[in-house]
Design a protein around this ligand. Structure first.
Ligand SMILES: [Mn+2]
Length: 184
């Protein structure tokens, strides 16, 4: 059973691209995820659409430091901003956190404003970049559409300003026995 997750982060007080993204994917999305630093209130009408966590710029009550989203018949997604886990340096700490949670298969983080799409062992690690204030070399505001299929993940990086796909990656869900042998 296919699932579609729309993942965004770090809009820092601007709502235009976030609203456009929700409208663009509303009919196909099973879940919207926000990795923090919206700077909007937790109970904001737009934010209520998202599984959301606290970034270092988010204030007020409601936000938690991390959240796990359970996708039935699949597993859990860990959502965390990452500012306490040195994500500018590496993703090691968030990966270790995720691996301590037995059902987590995907971790989504933010904070760097630089998109990141990779497998670490059998864990899918995603950062959608910033939907408003990019810091990567492309200089484009981005977000991610993740489609969970039977045997693989399809990750599409969207431009938030015009809604076009600028990069598509496919990752096998299962770790090959060879990789597994190297990881133990
Ligand atoms: Mn941040």
């Amino acid at each position: 059973m296919e699932k579609v997750l729309i993942i965004a982060s770090d809009n820092h007080g601007r709502d235009r691209h976030l609203k456009e993204m929700v409208a663009r994917h509303e009919t196909e999305a099973d879940f919207f995820i926000h990795c923090g630093d919206s700077t909007f209130d937790y109970h904001d009408e737009l934010m209520r659409r998202f599984v959301r966590v606290r970034g270092n710029h988010d204030r007020g009550s409601g936000y938690e430091e991390f959240k796990t989203l359970t996708i039935p018949a699949f597993g859990d997604v860990l959502v965390i901003h990452g500012h306490r886990d040195y994500v500018y340096v590496y993703t090691k700490m968030i990966v270790e956190k995720a691996k301590k949670m037995p059902n987590v298969r995907i971790v989504c983080y933010g904070h760097t404003h630089i998109n990141d799409m990779k497998m670490v062992g059998d864990l899918l690690v995603l950062n959608p970049g910033s939907i408003e204030a990019p810091r990567d070399r492309r200089g484009l505001p981005t977000y991610i559409k993740l489609t969970i299929r039977a045997h693989h993940y399809e990750v599409e990086l969207f431009r938030a300003d015009d809604g076009r796909v600028i990069e598509t990656r496919k990752f096998e869900k299962a770790v090959s026995s060879d990789n597994y042998r190297h990881s133990i």
